[in-house]
Structures are given as structure tokens and as C-alpha cells.
Design a protein around this ligand. Structure first.
Ligand code: HEM
Length: 1035
């Protein structure tokens, strides 16, 4: 119902109504369809707020009047009475002053449709229009309406209506050129324009092929609230005569004669998840539905719903169309030779060729999920029948459309005597559904293959040969027939060679912010040896930009690169896909895609510093109050300062918050000099000594992960914020190394440490950090310091010299050793301990938080990690750090998380130790120097995907780990992080163990993730909730 209708009905009392579309639609997972109109699903409550002009009298009860044009009589929704039942509409009211919150409950079997809502033209309405214009709705509206509760009925109507054969359906199918008067099927990029065209024109939209039909049906059924997914079956049989075999006929010259049966290289259909009340029990769940018009079912071009289970069990009498679907995935392929007298001879047969790699898109990302085993029991691989000792193979490298390429026919003679063969080689262009187009090449040779030898015939397929006949599906079928002299049988081998398309490069600049213009650059290089004309890019991206065409004037010469720019304003937050299609006279359907993360706001420094850098270059200065600071940006300037002129830039400023706290002692804020050097060396050695006491570093980390896993298990699959847990765990790992003990997470001292670090982190690099201390930090710091003093005293009493249990014992050993040097004393020890605690907790835990956040919001990457982990750790009880060398993808993900989150965006501030010079600028001694590490970690030209979370930034073409020199989250030079080894071990063991045990899930009802970090010394993700689902019960 629209607001105006409400206001009209309730004049006087009701001042307004808030349909809460945004919140309701999100909860009902319809926010991607629309968030301005209320679109809700059946069987799930939604809420409205009614604003009254004055508080409602307590005896006044609100009722809702629901109008549905197709239903005779209105539905009155009232408060639930004691005997109210789940198959009725009812509501609950909550009152607060002059507002009433109504929670409306709908029955799960309510008829789907438009309940007096003032909708504009769009997808949702078009879905209802599809139902209304279907044959059953037109011929008997009330009968049709009475069945609209039933998903089996609805889905059968939809698949019939998606094709335009024999009704007023949406799409006209065409499987071969010319596609005049319509759109080439491979060019469509989404279902919405198709549905809109259909609704506007009231006639079938030209043209569709199986993936277009299934995509449209999937959209419509999902909009109507029926969970649906697209399925692709490879080597899909189209058995016209119902004998569950695909008969391929060859003449005596081994030329294939077209027959009615065919094998499509692939075929797409959909599956919908539903109850089947029309069947006996056990057939609910995924159902096959096929909107591509192939064969008629009860007089109309449609197929299904048919339970996937029935296909697997071979129960072919189960409704609907089980025999046809069964053949699609199970038919035997039989090659026949037909003699001139009509007699048939069986050449070969194969029962495992059809129905392989049946796939759907993973719900967790863009990964392929294999569902073959849901359709059939595992098949025993059949060895292709060969003629005795002669084998024929056809080999080829993956060719790119536009290039010449070689096909190798390999005849192997495994017998002891020489054989003579006549080898017939043919290449033809075919469509994806096996319609033969022109012949690209054909030749016959006589060959002699000596005993135990291989003979190779190489045939080069030239672009000019295939360009004129290849279809828009870009498949070339290569057939080899070898006739061995003196034997009656021939060997037939056939392969389909797909020609891949060139790449489109999409460059998305910088940080993308909601409602702020960005300019993308789209580029493409002509791979053909001939020029292209009428080039056009079509771009599209839900929430980013509506469909647009960018035409390229003139011709694009061979090898020429064209770039176009597009400026647009992202309209929705979160992760979005930007799709590009390129078409021209000779080359069509080149596709490109980029993932764009739309942030709500821009973080201070990532927005300010790049602008300053663009204006003033890689080295510029800023004034903090009256204090100048030099900011260094980019790999080159940072490496020059901190590696080439390492000693000049290795100092620390002495007037910051942290220097005040530590009084220049310890390591982090200690100025460049002997005490810093010795303490740094001590800390490095101690942390490197992974066998402190009895427990190795690895044991300590894995022990802590057990506590984390136990806490996560307690969440019981409910959304939770893991950030505090990760902080506690990181802090406890450092405590265990330093003090030899871990603390319960609610221990008072433990809490104070965490609190102190959080406060310091928030303000240390900000304006207050420049000025000095805050009282709060002072208090926490002195409490923590006092407690650590107590721990040191206990250690002195219980230690055995030269047998260190932890860092404190090691330091006490050093004090004994260096009695007279004066550099190692208790004050220095306390400062060093606090440094390690401070430097090692927030950094590592925030990085873990970010990594978990990225993995949760990139489920495809998560699944790939889990596969690698499961593989490498198979049979092992727990992970160990050594395993990393066999997990290049996991390592790439960890590196990429570190790069993308830029934990310490401005590193730790440095100062010059003497007058120096950098890139032509003179910098006096004692100047504050800030490394802008983010500028390096996102630097264009250093990364394949600088602004995208993409592990490929760390993988080479062979999938091996590679580390670009711009990867410096730990900084570089003499002051670079000394805890890198520990941090890497911790990140690896924590993430691998958690990924092995849990699936990380982003709950749908919390809205899109916000990738904008909270700025501090260490950046943290904004608070978020997620679900940890134990994998054992899931996989
Ligand atoms: C992912 C985790 C970590 C990151 C990203 C990180 C990053 C950094 C960075 C950027 C610096 C500043 C380097 C410079 O001034 O040029 C630093 C310094 C330091 N880090 Fe880390 N760190 C991490 C974990 C750790 C751990 C676990 C420890 C030890 C327990 C640690 C101890 C230190 C110390 C003591 C310094 C000061 C070094 C000096 O001034 O000589 N860090 N770290």
C-alpha cells in the first residue's frame, strides 16, 4: 500500500506512515531489487510505523485492509487472537506515545502478487506481468490464482513464459546467424533490459540461447521468492527420439551426416528449491527447470520442474519430463557408419562423455561449484575403444581468436609391426549446440607409423580460414579419422577447440566513495591482423552505473590499443561488479569485469595525502602546528631514504606521546644510538629463539588459537563481532612470550593493557599525540607498568640463570652478562617489554581482523583457501608454519590482506639524525619524517590490481608466490619491524586454523560491508558482525 492511500484512509488520526522499505527489504533480501518500495516475502514478518496526530486511545485497535485485485474481497489483517493460525494474515502492535509499530505476519502459502502497492514499472511488476500474461492465467484466471501459492505451478508457468514459442513469452530463440532485428544472444549482460523490453513492446524479445533463457528465468523466479540457481551441463545431450542414446551418423567417407540427435558443448538450465506437494514424499529440494524451447511438455515448450533426485535415481516416471532431462546428462554417444545400402555399422560408443562437470556458481562467490554427483552416481572412466595397437590423439594449445594456431594429430603404434594409415583431418566451425557451419580446413594424408613409434601430423589453422565461418560461440570442431590398412575398423577422434577472447582492461582509480564521481578507464587491444570498424563498449553495473554505450569512431588497426573514459557516480555501497562488453564488425562479445568496493566515506589520510602528492610530488612538507614534517610517498622515495640513506633517516622524534611515555627508552621510540641498537638486537634474538623454555613459539600460538576457536564455537552460528577476541588472543600470545603466562581474557591487568593500547593507538598519530599525553593514557600506563614490575620481581625469585623461560628471564640473563655496561637496566627492560606488547598486539590483531573481514566478504577467495588448506593438511591434526611453503594461495591472501588494509598507514614516525638531502630537497637534522606506507601499498605501476583486494597481486602466472618490492607493510631499513617473523607466523597459524574449522559468513541482514577503515596508529576495520559456522557439520 502506498503512503498516500494510508493517509487518505486514516485522515484525522494518522499523520503518516513509514513503510520501512529499506529495512524490511533488507531483511527480506529484496533490497537488491528495490529499496524504495516495500517488497516482502511470504511467511516472514515485516514492520510498518504509523505516526498519529495524537496518542491513540487504548481501546482503539488498528486493522490493515489489504487489497489484491485478483482476489475477490479484501483481506482484513487484525491483531492475532488466541486461536490465530499460521495460515492467516495477522499483525502485532506496539505503541509508544504517538507512534504505533505494526508487525505484519503473512501466511507462507499466501498467493504471490501485488497487494495494492503503487509500484512503478520495474522488474517486480514485470514478473507479475509474466504470470498474468501466461496461457493459464488468460484462459482461466480464478483457477490460475487458486494455484499461485504453489512453487511447482508457478515455476512451470514461468519456464513456459520465458520462451516466446506458443505463448506471449519473453524471449525468441535463435541459434544461428543472422540475428537481424535483434540482439546477438552473447551480447546480453543482464536480464533486466530483456524483461523491460518485453514489457514495453508486448512482443517476444529477440534473441535468446540457453544461457539467456535460464538467466531470465532465474531472475524472475528469484524475484517471485523461489530460490533459484543457474546450472551448466557440459556435453549435454539433446535426445529427440527418447532412446537415451545420441546417434552420430557418418557416411563411408567418414563425413558426419547431420542427424536429429545432438550433443551441445554445454547447455544451461535452472534449478529451483521447493517442496513438491504434488509428488510423494522425498522429492522436495532442488528441481530442474528448463526454459529453453527444445521439446514440448503437455503441449507447450517447457521442461520441469523435475526433482534432481529422480534424475539421479533414474526414476523416469516422476513429474515432469524426467526422461528428457535424464538423457541430457546420461545418454550414450554412439557413432554409426551408414553404408549406401542403408545398413548401419557401429563405429564406437561412449557412455561417459555426456553430462560432465555439471556446474553452478558458488553461493559464496564467483567460484564454480560442481554438482555432477547430485545428478548421477560416480562413473567409471571408460577407456576409449581403440583399434588394437593404434591410438589417435588430437592436441592443441589454447588458441586466442584472431591468431593462427596448430592442431597436432598424434598416431601412436604400440604394436611390434609397422602400420600404414590413411588419416583424414577436418576442422569445422560449429555452434555451441553442434550445428555445423563452414569447413575451415580438410586434408588427407597417408602415413606409415613404425613399430613402437609416434607419428605427428601438424595442421596450422589460419585466421583467414576460420574467420569467415566461425560462429559467435567461437568453437572449432576438429575431427580425425584414421583408417588402418588391412583392417576393417576406423579410429575416430573428435575435439571441440574453444577460441578465447582478448582481454579488456578496466582501471578503477583510488578509493571509490558513495555518491562521488569517479572516472574509469577501459582499454582494449585489437588482436586481429585486420582492422576493426564500428567498435562499441557497453558498460553496466548494478548500483554503479546504468547501461551505457561508448562508440569508438573510425577504425581500430591491427594491434592498436583503444582507451575510453567513463565518469559515473556510484549509487550503492559495498562490493559491486562493473561489466564491460566490446563489439565491432569482426570481433564481438569481448567481456571484461572489475570488482569495485564502494565506501561510504574517505579516510582522512588516504584522501588527503594522495591529493597533496599529486600536487607537490613524492616529497613534500606539512606543518603540524609550528612543527614541520616531511612526508615521503611512493616506493622510490621511501627506499631511497630508508635503504640508501638509512642512517640519516633512522632517528625518532622526541616530542610525541609515545616518546613521552617511554622517555626514549626501549626500542620503538628510542633514538638512534647504542642503547636502541643493543635493545633491538636483544629483542630480535629473543623473538627468533623460537624455543624459549619448553614451549616453542608455534605451540604458544596454536594453544591460543584453541581458546579462540572455543569462543567462536560458543557463538553457535549466531552473528558476532570477533574483533575483541582477536585482540585478546594477540595480546595473550605476546604475554606468553614475555611473561611466560597467558591471562584469562577478563583478567583486570589484561583488560588494562588492552585499554591502554587502544587509547594510545587512537590518539598517538593524531593531533593529541603531537601535543603530549592524556590523563587516561598516563593512568593506564602507570598501572600496567606497576603490574609488570611485580611480574619481574616474581621472575627474579623463581628463575634459573641461563635457562630462560621467557623474555623477562632472557633480559635478566643479559643484565647479569652486561653488569657494567649500564645499557641494560630494569627501566630499560620495562620499556622494552611494553614496546613489544604495544607493537605486537594491535598490529597483528587488526591485520587478522581485516583478513577475516576480507575473507568473509570475498567468499570465493575463502573457498579457494579452504581447498588449499584441506589439501595440504589432509590427515594432519594441526597446521605448522612450515606448511606455508605448500600454500602459495593462502600466503598470497595473507600478503594481500596486509597490503590492502595497510595496518600502519604512516608507519612509526622517523626523524633525521643529521642534515641530509633527498630528491633535491635539503632536510635539516631532527626533522620529523613520515613514511606514507599506504602510498606504496596502493601505488599504481607497482601492483597488478592496486585498488582491489586481489591475491593475484602476489601470484605469478604459474600460481607461485611472488613478492613485489613495494610490499612493505613492515617498513624497510634499519628500523623496520623486528616482530615480522612472529607476526607472519601468527597470521598464518591463526588464519589457517580458523579457516580449516569455520566457514566465515557475512549475514545478509546486516547490510553491505563497509570497507572504510578506522584511522589510528594502526588502522582497524569498522565494527562488524559475522557468522562462524563450523565446517565439519557443513561440508
Ligand atoms: C602485522 C603485524 C605488524 C606490522 C604490520 C608491523 C609493522 C611495523 C612497522 C611499519 C614498524 C615501523 C618501522 C619503521 O619505523 O620504519 C614497526 C616497528 C616495530 N615493530 Fe612491528 N609490526 C607488526 C607486528 C609486530 C610484532 C608482533 C612485534 C613484536 C612483538 C613488533 C615489534 C616492533 C618493534 C619493536 C618496532 C620498532 C622497531 C624499531 O624502532 O627499531 N611488530 N612495525
Amino acid at each position: 500500500m502506498s503512503k498516500s492511500e494510508w493517509a487518505h484512509t486514516c485522515v484525522g488520526i494518522i499523520a503518516g506512515v513509514d513503510l520501512g522499505s529499506r529495512i524490511n527489504n533488507r531483511a527480506h533480501r529484496t533490497n537488491e531489487i528495490d529499496w524504495q518500495r516495500l517488497i516482502v516475502r511470504r511467511g516472514q514478518p515485516f514492520s510498518l510505523t504509523v505516526h498519529c496526530s495524537s496518542p491513540l486511545a487504548s481501546d482503539l485497535e488498528l486493522a490493515l485492509l489489504l487489497k489484491q485485485d485478483k482476489i475477490t474481497g479484501d483481506i482484513v489483517i487484525r491483531q492475532r487472537t488466541a486461536e490465530g493460525s499460521d495460515d492467516k494474515w495477522w499483525l502485532r502492535q506496539q505503541r509508544a506515545q504517538d507512534e504505533v509499530l505494526l508487525t505484519v505476519y503473512s501466511p507462507a502459502r499466501a498467493a504471490i502478487g501485488q497487494y495494492r502497492l503503487a509500484f512503478e514499472d520495474n522488474v517486480m511488476d514485470i514478473c507479475f506481468e509474466i504470470l498474468d500474461r501466461s496461457k493459464p492465467a488468460l484462459s482461466n484466471p480464478s483457477e490460475d490464482m487458486s494455484q499461485r501459492w504453489d512453487p511447482a505451478y508457478i515455476s512451470r508457468v514461468v519456464v513456459a513464459m520465458v520462451n516466446a514459442n506458443d505463448d506471449a513469452g519473453v524471449l525468441v530463440g535463435k541459434w544461428q546467424k543472422p540475428y537481424t532485428g535483434g540482439v546477438v544472444p552473447t551480447q546480453w549482460m543482464s536480464s533486466v533490459p530483456i524483461l523491460e523490453r518485453w514489457s514495453r513492446s508486448k512482443t517476444g524479445v529477440k534473441y535468446g540461447q540457453c544461457w539467456v533463457f535460464s538467466a531470465v528465468a532465474c531472475t524472475v523466479l528469484r524475484c517471485l521468492g523461489i530460490p533459484t540457481r543457474c546450472i551448466t551441463n557440459f556435453d549435454s545431450a539433446h535426445d529427440t527420439d527418447g532412446n537415451v542414446s545420441i546417434d552420430r551418423i557418418f557416411d563411408v567417407h567418414k563425413q558426419q551426416v547431420d542427424s536429429h540427435d545432438s550433443i551441445w558443448n554445454f547447455h544451461c538450465w535452472i534449478e529451483s528449491y521447493m517442496q513438491r506437494e504434488d509428488l510423494s514424499e522425498g522429492y522436495g529440494g532442488w528441481q530442474v527447470l528448463d526454459p529453453t524451447p527444445q521439446e514440448r511438455s503437455s503441449g507447450m515448450f517447457r521442461c520441469g520442474p523435475c526433482p534432481v533426485k529422480a534424475i539421479k535415481e533414474g526414476e523416469l516416471s516422476v513429474k515432469y519430463d524426467a526422461p528428457f532431462i535424464f538423457a541430457e546428462v546420461n545418454a550414450d554417444v554412439v557413432n554409426w557408419e551408414v553404408r549406401p545400402d542403408g545398413q548401419r555399422k557401429k563405429l564406437s560408443s561412449n557412455s561417459t562423455q555426456v553430462g560432465v562437470n555439471i556446474s553452478t556458481k558458488s553461493p559464496y562467490g564467483d567460484e564454480r561449484e560442481d554438482v555432477t554427483l547430485q545428478y548421477k552416481y560416480p562413473e567409471v572412466t571408460e577407456v576409449a575403444p581403440q583399434t588394437g595397437d593404434v591410438q589417435l590423439k588430437i592436441k592443441y594449445a589454447s588458441p586466442v581468436f584472431g591468431t593462427d594456431f596448430d592442431v597436432i594429430y598424434e598416431l601412436e603404434n604400440t604394436g611390434g609391426a609397422e602400420v600404414r594409415c590413411k588419416l583424414n583431418m577436418v576442422s569445422k566451425a560449429v555452434t555451441y549446440n553442434s550445428v555445423h557451419l563452414g569447413e575451415c580446413q580438410s586434408s588427407t594424408v597417408n602415413v606409415v607409423v613404425p613399430a613402437h613409434k609416434v607419428h605427428r601430423e601438424v595442421v596450422r589453422l589460419l585466421y583467414e580460414q576460420y574467420a569467415s565461418c566461425v560462429s559467435e560461440h567461437n568453437v572449432i570442431r576438429v575431427i580425425g579419422v584414421a583408417q588402418v590398412s588391412g583392417r576393417d575398423q576406423s579410429i575416430l577422434k573428435m575435439v571441440n577447440i574453444p577460441l578465447s577472447k582478448p582481454e579488456i582492461t578496466i582501471k578503477i582509480p583510488g578509493w571509490v566513495i558513495l555518491n562521488q564521481r569517479i572516472t574509469t578507464t577501459i582499454s582494449f587491444t585489437n588482436p586481429l591482423p585486420v582492422p576493426l570498424q564500428q567498435g562499441v563498449f557497453t558498460v553496466e553495473g548494478a548500483g554503479l552505473v546504468s547501461s551505457k554505450e561508448i562508440r569508438i569512431p573510425g577504425r581500430i588497426g591491427p594491434g592498436q590499443r583503444v582507451s575510453v573514459q567513463l565518469t559515473f557516480m556510484p549509487m550503492r555501497q559495498g562490493m559491486r561488479k562493473f561489466l564491460v562488453d566490446f563489439d565491432s564488425d569482426r570481433l564481438q562479445d569481448v567481456k571484461g569485469v572489475a570488482t569495485v568496493v564502494v565506501h561510504k566515506t574517505s579516510p582522512l589520510f588516504t584522501s588527503m595525502l594522495p591529493n597533496l602528492r599529486q600536487r607537490y610530488g613524492n616529497v613534500f612538507s606539512l606543518f603540524f602546528g609550528n612543527r614541520p614534517a616531511v612526508i615521503l610517498n611512493g616506493t622510490k622515495a621511501i627506499r631511497e631514504a630508508f635503504i640508501s640513506k638509512a642512517n640519516d633517516f633512522a632517528g625518532r622524534p622526541d616530542e610525541l606521546l609515545l616518546s613521552n611515555l617511554t622517555e626514549g627508552k626501549g626500542v620503538i621510540m628510542a633514538n638512534h644510538g647504542p642503547s636502541w641498537r643493543d635493545h633491538r638486537r636483544f629483542a630480535l634474538m629473543t623473538l627468533r629463539n623460537f624455543g624459549l623454555g619448553k614451549q616453542s613459539m608455534e605451540d604458544r600460538i596454536l594453544g591460543e588459537v584453541e581458546h579462540v576457536a572455543a569462543e567462536l564455537e560458543k557463538s553457535n552460528g549466531k552473528p558476532m563481532n570477533p574483533q575483541i577476541l582477536f585482540h585478546n588472543a594477540s595480546c595473550d600470545i605476546i604475554c606468553s612470550i614475555m611473561y611466560g603466562t597467558r591471562y584469562e581474557y577478563d583478567h583486570h591487568f589484561f583488560q588494562a593493557m588492552i585499554q591502554m593500547m587502544a587509547e594510545c593507538s587512537k590518539i598517538a598519530n593524531g593531533p593529541w599525540g603531537m601535543v603530549g599525553l592524556t590523563l587516561k593514557v598516563m593512568n593506564d600506563h602507570s598501572y600496567v607498568k606497576g603490574h609488570v614490575k611485580g611480574i619481574v620481581a616474581e621472575h627474579r625469585a623463581s628463575r634459573i640463570p641461563k635457562q630462560p623461560r621467557d623474555v623477562i628471564d632472557s633480559y635478566l640473563d643479559q643484565m647479569d652478562k652486561r653488569e657494567k655496561s649500564g645499557l641494560f637496566d630494569e627501566e630499560q627492560m620495562l620499556a622494552t617489554l611494553l614496546d613489544l606488547l604495544f607493537a605486537g598486539t594491535d598490529t597483528t590483531s587488526n591485520t587478522i581482523c581485516f583478513a577475516v573481514f576480507y575473507l568473509t566478504t570475498h567468499p570465493d577467495i575463502q573457498v579457494r583457501c579452504q581447498r588449499e588448506i584441506d589439501n595440504v593438511l589432509e590427515g594432519k591434526e594441526r597446521a605448522s608454519f612450515e606448511d606455508k611453503d605448500r600454500m602459495p594461495f593462502m600466503q598470497a591472501v595473507i600478503h594481500e590482506s596486509q597490503r590492502f588494509c595497510s595496518t600502519l598507514p604512516l608507519s612509526v614516525y622517523h626523524a633525521t639524525t643529521k642534515d641530509t638531502e633527498l630528491q633535491g630537497y635539503r632536510i635539516p637534522k631532527g626533522t620529523l619524517v613520515i613514511q606514507n606506507l599506504s602510498s606504496v601499498l596502493y601505488e599504481e605501476g607497482q601492483w597488478k590490481f592496486p585498488h582491489e583486494f586481489n591475491p593475484d597481486n602476489f601470484l605469478n602466472d604459474q600460481g607461485e608466490l611472488q613478492q613485489p618490492e613495494a610490499f612493505m607493510p613492515f617498513s624497510v631499513g634499519p628500523r623496520m619491524c623486528l616482530g615480522e617473523g612472529l607476526a607472519r607466523m601468527e597470521l598464518f597459524l591463526v588464519l589457517v586454523t580458523l579457516l580449516r574449522r569455520f566457514q566465515f559468513i557475512w549475514p545478509e541482514d546486516v547490510g553491505p560491508p563497509d570497507f572504510t577503515p578506522l584511522f589510528g596508529v594502526t588502522q582497524a576495520p569498522k565494527p562488524f558482525s559475522m557468522v562462524f559456522r563450523p565446517r565439519d557439520s557443513h561440508t
